[in-house]
Design a binder for this molecule. Sequence first.
Ligand code: SAH
Ligand code: DHB
Ligand code: MG
Length: 235
Amino acid sequence: MKLASTPEKWQEIDQYFQTHTAIHDYDHAQNLILKTSSTAQLKPIHVAPNQGKFLYLIAAFGQASQILEIGTLGGYSTLWLARALPKHGKLITLEKDPNAARIAREHFKHAGLDDKIELIEGDAMEILEKMTARHAQHFDLTFIDADKKNAAHYLRAAHHLTRVGGLIICDNVVRSGRISDFSQQDRDICGLRDYFSALKNNAALESTALQTVGEKGWDGLSISRVIHPPTNATV
Ligand code: SAH
Ligand code: DHB
Ligand code: MG
């Protein structure tokens, strides 16, 4: 009998993976953050536990000591990434929603990682413009996960801010298959298409993208490695 690939089945398998892989104290601490985020009525648009742990493993494998995140929400993905940092490592995360920022700060404190995480509150587009001069080629890993309409702008900034050899990861690049359905023209999906257009013309980055299914539905991640700094000095 052939099993049907349904959202319920994807969820069941995410649960199966969670049962078999979430065995460390930090896995349980991360699950608690999901509970408090839900109690605080934050939108459930954080990465799934297995995706968060994937980010953690990437950061740990790359020994990332400087991480940038665009889009914090309750800090769930932030804390996954921050848990991979070495003793003197730092993570900067950007969030415009004051309520989300307040909850995220509580989570960082509760996790005992507030000394490693700097949350900058405000519009990421404005903050990144200021950061570009100060932090050029500073970060080992940049995780883009804010408003999708600005994704290509975030990529351009991330390219400036991420060192050669560093990674830029962008979340939610499939959006239930809408990325390549050109009858869909809302600002978010157009922003993500602009992101891929920017990759297509960019020999300074080597890139791939992966589709994912799971408890967050059908979506995906784009991953780029910086092989040359950007040529144009403006964001
Ligand atoms: N990375 C989080 C989820 C982020 S959800 C996780 O996986 O746990 C996207 C977040 O980006 C929201 O909290 C939203 O308020 C924030 N955001 C959207 N537009 C933004 C902007 N222009 N500047 C800063 N943050 C923004
Ligand atoms: C949205 C944002 C995200 O980062 C995500 O993972 C899912 C959805 C959104 O803005 O709808
Ligand atoms: Mg996301």
